[in-house]
Ligand binder design. Structure first.
Ligand SMILES: Cc1cc2nc3c(=O)[nH]c(=O)nc-3n(C[C@H](O)[C@H](O)[C@H](O)COP(=O)(O)OP(=O)(O)OC[C@H]3O[C@@H](n4cnc5c(N)ncnc54)[C@H](O)[C@@H]3O)c2cc1C
Ligand SMILES: NC(=O)c1ccc[n+]([C@@H]2O[C@H](COP(=O)([O-])OP(=O)(O)OC[C@H]3O[C@@H](n4cnc5c(N)ncnc54)[C@H](O)[C@@H]3O)[C@@H](O)[C@H]2O)c1
Ligand code: SF4
Ligand code: FES
Length: 815
């Protein structure tokens, strides 16, 4: 013992103890270690406080190093005893309880404290930050006694706190100074989508709002804002950023700025004193996420062990909001700026937004909303700084299955053993390797063993890749995934639950099947609405509030908030009479643009919401479902009616198909086409179902797609008559309706289940007829939503100026 150097650490938090773990590994027995912690606990995972608050995780689950770990490693731990002074001359520290400890090496790892706005009334009871277990307890206690909570700050912490408080049964208003939530991580488009989802979960927001004071007797009772308005609040949580703990260092004469100044080896300006974690300022930056802090810890541990090491050069960071039902990821630069180029993909129907930011030929930032699967792959590319020239669109639209960056064997071979795979829990590649060597064969088992992927979940694709890398064919199925983060149940389990228990409403399904997220989210609500309607077409009452905006308004909402009207022109075949009606309406309502669509229809664009019922009434044509998850259009060529190559009546067949299946609800949109000969002018082989005439017969192709990823349709069958075309189409569409997941286009479905299984199901005549009977029944219940609106004054109210449910951001917020 005598020969050991004395290492004293101030702060018993995530970054500091992580550094000590490394020191113990690379230099066992070198130091006699003493740790002072201000909190009365062993080292715990602060990140998981959000999960504790939201429910489902107990405090006992978040301990990283329990009491016995300190004992086993001969670490002298003083908890609940903050250090109050550092004497750099005599190399000793003094604590609140009067303890003194000499050091040879001193580690400053005091983290940060919540920044508390210096508002009048900020010292009242019920005004807190969200930083530690104590704050968690305060919020839980308050939720038992009071109803109204206000969270100041709409960043990561504020939103996670707000979600937790909602789960505790409080009404929550988030007061945010910017126009956009998470303005430090998201651009306006993704931020608006996030806001919409959180509003649906029950949060309310006051944006661009400045708090002036907190009023109340002893306890907070209300917030008063600079514009004079106010908000009742029995609990006020400040989540407006953090302040590195530098007071002790400053008083001792150690160099400080915003944080404690360190060089690339985490050395302060005073010999033998180092700083690590949120309290350290490196190259002008203080970090507030654990991944960079763990990187700092690795360098520092090697330095303390006297090992050769490259210095810490700073980190690019990524963040993922830990709110159930919301997938948001942000990494690197996300705002447009001179010298940067960006690519975006925005789908306001399925609520998916992706943006990547490039500098020259390198990826420097990404924002994902709704689908964050590629987050870790994009982050790997940002960190590597390699050229992505020529691959930009692939990066934006998603990596083809099995090709994700970070999933290749070469990448895992090159990955250093101590590279952090799970930033939230500090799990390295080596730790995952050891877990697999120890018998883990699924992501769930690795999660239970190492905690990798247990917090924000952003590392899951990497963990899966590593599991595959280490376990190869022995790797079992990944952790069981539900249809969204609100439930662990798969589509099949939900459908059999609905059938077996006779569940009949979205709410009932969520209650009976035990949804983790009581209100569901924008992914599961419409999916349940569809499954219920598909299972019981005759009795299920469609829940309009579970549908996306376009389907609620029965019109296609446009970028500028106006709508478009696409009259149903069966088979793309019109007449002078129909055209005259369209022209008259377009002129009367000053429609700014009339355009032919890709599906051979006329699109009246730029229509005001309040003009929609009038236009529908005057057109007196069914409005086409040019939106929504249903049959869109049947495109046709002229066929043998006029074309000298035509072998069959393509127009007639197209019109029949469109009339047969219009208004059909489906898991995703469905597009059809009919070509009169194999020259295929209607491009039938890139449609969900394409019919191509050959001599004396028709070929039916399925699973085609001309969208993001072009997929050629595959031949399902060849039939002789028009009746058989209708029959097979009906059977195929119903089989797709019953088997595919919500939101799954036929191209993906066919690829997933394989054409052969579909062929086998439809080849059985009895099965085919049964499918036809079921689709016929479903179609018999469909109604004309436009007529209903025209004829029902109550429904028309939704279309009055400022009527209905619309808010300024509604186009971003489909339900
Ligand atoms: C609710 C919440 C959720 C979060 N979620 C995420 C997330 O999802 N992802 C992510 O990357 N990051 C997240 N963070 C941030 C992350 O927790 C911090 O970056 C990380 O904990 C910082 O580690 P640290 O060791 O520097 O500081 P800390 O973990 O704060 O540890 C510092 C310790 O030092 C103690 N201390 C201070 N002064 C003294 C003194 N004078 N004497 C003795 N002890 C002292 C403090 O009490 C504290 O226990 C979250 C933070 C919070 C609060
Ligand atoms: N999922 C995660 O990764 C996660 C979760 C929680 C916390 N954290 C970390 O914890 C730290 C604290 O988080 P945070 O959200 O408080 O910090 P932050 O700095 O990221 O966000 C604070 C937000 O408060 C807003 N704000 C500032 N002053 C305000 C005022 N007067 N009124 C209203 N709004 C105001 C800002 O616009 C900003 O968006 C950060 O380092 C964060 O990265 C991360
Ligand atoms: S697909 Fe054949 S029938 Fe139809 S327009 Fe083209 S050439 Fe004529
Ligand atoms: S990175 Fe957040 S759980 Fe792994």
């Amino acid at each position: 013992m005598e020969n050991k150097k004395k290492l004293v650490m101030i702060g018993n938090g995530m970054a500091g103890v992580r550094t000590i773990e490394h020191v113990l590994k690379v230099a066992p027995g070198l130091y006699d270690i003493t740790i002072f912690g201000a909190e009365p606990y062993p080292n715990y995972n602060r990140i998981m406080l959000s999960s504790v608050l939201a429910g489902g995780t107990g405090l006992e689950d978040i301990v990283i190093n329990d009491w016995s770990w300190y004992e086993e490693n001969d670490i002298q731990l003083y908890t609940g005893d903050p250090v109050t002074g550092i004497d750099i001359k005599h190399k000793k520290v003094k604590s609140a309880s009067g303890r003194e400890a000499d050091y040879d090496v001193l580690l400053l790892a005091m983290g940060s404290k919540a920044f508390m706005l210096p508002l009048p009334g900020a010292d009242k009871e019920g005004v807190i930050g969200f930083r530690d277990i104590k704050d968690c307890h305060t919020m839980m206690d308050a939720a038992g006694k009071y109803r109204k909570a206000a969270v100041i700050g709409g960043g990561l912490l504020g939103l996670e706190a707000a979600r937790g408080l909602l789960n505790l049964g409080m009404e929550v208003t988030v007061i945010h100074n910017s126009k956009y939530l998470m303005n430090r991580q998201l651009d306006p488009a993704s931020s608006l989508m996030l806001q919409g989802e959180l509003e649906r979960q029950g949060m309310t927001f006051r944006l661009e709002c400045q708090t002036a004071a907190i009023e109340g007797h002893k306890r907070a009772e209300r917030l008063v804002f600079r514009d004079g308005s106010f908000e009742k609040a029995d609990l006020v949580v400040m989540a407006v950023g953090i302040q590195p703990e530098i007071r002790l260092a400053k008083e001792a004469g150690i160099g400080t700025g915003r944080g404690i100044l360190v060089n690339d080896f985490m050395e302060t300006n005073v010999p033998d004193i180092y700083a690590v974690g949120e309290c350290a300022e490196h190259r002008g930056i203080t970090y507030g996420l654990v991944a960079p802090l763990y990187e700092q810890g690795t360098v520092l541990a090697k330095r303390l062990a006297g090992m050769e090491t490259a210095g810490y050069e700073g980190s690019v960071t990524s963040a993922k909001l830990k709110v159930s039902g919301v997938d948001v990821f942000s990494a690197g630069l996300f705002e447009d700026a001179p010298g940067l180029r960006s690519l975006r993909y925005q789908d306001e129907i399925d609520e998916v937004y992706k943006k990547i930011v490039l500098k020259d030929d390198r990826l420097v930032g990404a924002v994902l909303f709704g689908d964050t699967t590629d987050g870790s792959s994009l982050f790997s590319l940002i960190k590597s700084g390699e050229s992505v020239a020529g691959r930009e669109k692939e990066l934006l639209l998603g990596f083809p299955a099995g090709k994700a960056e970070g999933s290749g064997t070469a990448r895992f071979e090159q990955m250093p053993d101590d590279e952090i795979v799970c930033g939230c829990n500090g799990v390295t590649k080596q730790m995952i390797g050891e877990a697999v060597a120890g018998g883990c064969r699924t992501v769930g088992e690795i999660k239970a063993c190492t905690k990798a992927s247990a917090s924000c979940g952003g590392c899951k694709p990497l963990v899966e890749g590593l599991l595959q890398f280490y376990a190869g064919d022995e790797a079992g199925e990944g952790v069981k995934e539900g249809i969204c983060s609100c439930t662990k149940l798969s589509r099949e389990e939900i459908i059999s639950g609905i059938k077996e228990m006779g569940l009949s409403t979205v709410k009932e399904v969520m209650n009976v099947l035990g949804w983790d997220e009581p209100g569901g989210c924008s992914k599961c609500r419409p999916a349940l609405n569809y499954y219920l309607g598909m299972i019981s077409p005759g009795t299920y009452k469609d829940e309009k509030e579970s549908r996306v905006t376009n389907e609620r308004y029965h019109a296609n909402i446009q970028k500028d908030g106006t709508y478009s009207v696409v009259p149903r022109i069966y088979g793309g075949v019109t007449s002078p009479g129909e055209l005259k009606k369209i022209v008259a309406v377009a002129e009367k309502y000053n429609v700014p643009l009339v355009k032919f669509t890709g599906g051979q229809r006329l699109d009246l664009l730029g229509v005001k919401k309040e003009d929609l019922p009038g236009i529908w009434a005057e057109l007196d044509m069914p409005s086409g479902h040019a939106y929504g998850k249903t049959l869109r259009t049947v495109k046709t060529c002229v066929g043998n009616t006029f074309c000298r190559f035509g072998t069959q009546d393509a127009m007639g067949m197209g019109i029949k198909l469109e009339k047969a299946f219009e208004r059909l609800n489906a898991p995703a949109k469905v597009k059809l086409a009919v070509s009169g000969c194999p020259r295929n002018c209607a491009e039938a082989t890139i449609k969900d179902l394409g019919v191509v005439a050959i001599d004396g017969a028709w070929e039916l192709y399925v699973g085609g797609n001309g969208g993001i990823k072009v997929r050629a349709a595959e031949l399902l069958c060849t039939v002789k008559t028009e009746e058989e075309v209708i029959e097979w189409t009906a059977a195929y569409l119903q089989y797709y309706r019953e088997q595919a997941s919500w939101n799954e286009r036929t191209a993906h479905w066919v690829e997933r289940v394989g054409l052969e299984s579909i062929k086998a199901a439809l080849a059985d005549e009895e099965e085919r007829k049964a499918l036809v009977a079921r689709i016929t029944e479903t179609l018999s219940y469909t109604t004309d939503p436009w007529k209903e609106i025209i004829e029902n004054p109550e429904l028309r109210k939704n279309f009055e100026p400022l009527g209905g449910l619309q808010t300024v951001n509604e186009r971003m917020l489909p339900r």
